[in-house]
Write a protein that binds this ligand. Structure first.
Ligand code: SAH
Length: 496
């Protein structure tokens, strides 16, 4: 199994920078042992004008079969893998993808301390894979790579060169060329698309495969026209996982088109409050009032370990970090882009060890139960529920109140009655393009009371922002606590 990556350069941008980007020195041949054999990295050519890195994977077919059998869950998914003689040692496939991700893991993440500016910019790239198993042939290869900006050459490899009458094998010789992609993008695309083309994954698909796929697919998969084919093949046609991945990609798309509006409307609120406040005094934006109200309620509840569910770009996480009373802060969001911005805002990569040990960010959907969310003192859902379609709300309710079950849950959401107080908001409009609903005070209270009843919590309400005598406050907050008397167990709550 063999893959080469070539770039070209000039004296001020030498091609040999590829060595820095890949974190592998062009003058040395290096070997790395992986679970399925040995991966070699070497440079057949390395000068200023042109540099090629080759990844050669020597697969240990016996280890591969033993591993498949040893898993105890039925062994390898591909019947061909159950034999000691199979094509894995010769074909580029999912094993090559695994080798890519283990040998070039920093490059895949776009990390390069020696040449950070080059890691961030597109470079001329040429990728060659002499024998790539491709189910669906050259046509599928083009459909997968061309939308990403690659010029694709995919030539079917004949079954036997001396007997053309035998027809083509299931292999193609692949060449990709592009000047539009960063090396990290290119590697993450190969990491996903090589196994997708092979369509015979050698290890069992576990739940975290969805996370892996979305991480590697960041920035290109959500908009890919063949997203469904990619997702279902990558997840070995496990439909529940495929559905979950597709849904999360949909949310990524929505979050990416819309979340700039959040700040805009919040600032507009500040401006409007201006009219009422003393002349010359700068009004506090609603987002800040909301954050203060949340922090205040968390302190009242003596919460130390806190989940920020739907943390967005991390403003609340940042505020909580400043207060040592909060010993562990976990931000969860479905949008990778939001999390990337959050991690930049928090300067996670430059944080001291002690500070870094207090904070964690991870991607997840609140519409699914998630064991990582169990055991916390409190969870915050700040301006999140209105981003879910109403029929999905019971799933979030169960994931948070039924499964994760923090002692305290804070939920904030817009009060739609207040919208008439906003001059900038046309009548009948919600505050944000992605709001699926906005509730009156009565609607919110009815929902919250139902949740409390179903899951054994008590609930109280707090007004956030100026509490208008007629239409109430701009933001409404519910504070749920696990009731001490007559608390239902998780099982009883589920049965109810
Ligand atoms: N809590 C932040 C952000 C609110 S915007 C604040 O108060 O400012 C809503 C956030 O919820 C977005 O970042 C969006 O990506 C996230 N979100 C929407 N649906 C989600 C879901 N099903 N699972 C996790 N996060 C979700």
């Amino acid at each position: 199994m063999f893959l080469t990556i070539t770039t070209t350069g000039t004296p001020d941008r030498p091609a040999t920078d590829l060595g820095f980007l890949l974190h592998k020195h062009p003058d040395r041949a290096q070997a790395f042992s992986t679970s399925y054999g040995t991966a070699h990295v070497l440079y057949p050519e390395a000068d200023t004008e042109r540099c090629t890195a080759a990844l050669l994977l020597e697969v240990d077919a016996v280890a591969l079969v033993r591993k498949g059998k040893g898993k105890g869950r039925g062994g390898a998914p591909d019947a061909a893998l159950a034999q000691y003689v199979n094509d894995r040692p010769y074909a580029a496939s999912s094993l090559l993808a695994v080798a890519l991700s283990s040998v070039f893991s920093s490059a895949m993440r776009g990390v390069c301390n020696a040449r950070p500016e080059r890691a961030a910019e597109p470079l001329p790239l040429r990728i060659e894979v002499p024998a790539l198993p491709a189910r669906g042939g050259a046509d599928v290869v083009r459909r997968l790579f061309e939308p990403l900006g690659w010029a694709v050459t995919a030539e079917p490899v004949p079954l036997d060169a001396e007997f053309p009458g035998w027809g083509d094998s299931r292999y193609v010789r692949l060449e990709l060329e592009s000047t539009k992609l960063t090396l990290a993008d290119a590697l993450r695309q190969l990491y996903v698309l090589l196994p997708v083309l092979d369509d015979a994954k050698h290890y069992w698909v576990a739940d975290d495969e969805v996370d892996k796929l979305l991480r590697a697919g960041e920035g290109w998969l959500a908009e890919h026209p063949e997203q469904k084919l990619i997702t279902s093949r990558y997840l070995s046609r496990r439909w529940s996982l495929t559905r979950q991945a597709m849904e999360r990609l949909e949310l990524v798309r929505l979050a990416e088109t819309d979340d700039s509006e959040v700040e805009e409307i919040d600032n507009a609120v500040g401006a409007e409050g201006d009219a009422e406040s003393e002349a010359g005094e700068k009004p506090t934006p609603l987002a800040v009032l909301r954050r203060d109200a949340v922090v205040d309620a968390l302190k009242r509840a003596s919460a130390a370990r806190v989940l920020d569910l739907g943390c967005g770009q991390g403003q609340l996480v940042q505020a909580l970090l400043k207060d040592p009373a909060f010993t562990e802060i976990v931000g969860v969001d479905v949008s990778m882009r939001a999390l990337t911005i959050a991690s930049r805002r928090l300067k996670l990569d430059r944080m001291g060890e002690r500070q870094a040990s207090r904070v964690k960010l991870f991607q997840g959907s609140l519409a699914y139960t998630d064991n990582r969310l169990k055991g916390y003192d409190a969870a915050v859902l700040s301006e999140v529920i209105e981003h879910l379609d109403l029929p999905r709300l019971p799933a979030l309710e169960y994931a948070v109140f039924g499964a994760a079950r923090p002692r305290t849950v804070l939920v904030t959401t817009p009060n739609v009655e207040y919208n008439v107080r906003w001059e900038s908001l046309p009548a009948g409009h919600v505050r944000h393009g992605d709001h699926r609903f906005e509730w009156t005070r009565e609607e919110f209270r009815a929902w919250a009371a139902g949740v409390a009843e179903r899951h054994g919590y008590t609930v109280g309400f707090v007004a956030v922002g100026p509490d208008d005598p007629e239409v109430g406050p701009p933001t409404q907050m519910a504070v749920f606590d696990i009731g001490t008397v007559g608390t239902k167990t998780e099982k009883e709550a589920k049965a109810a």
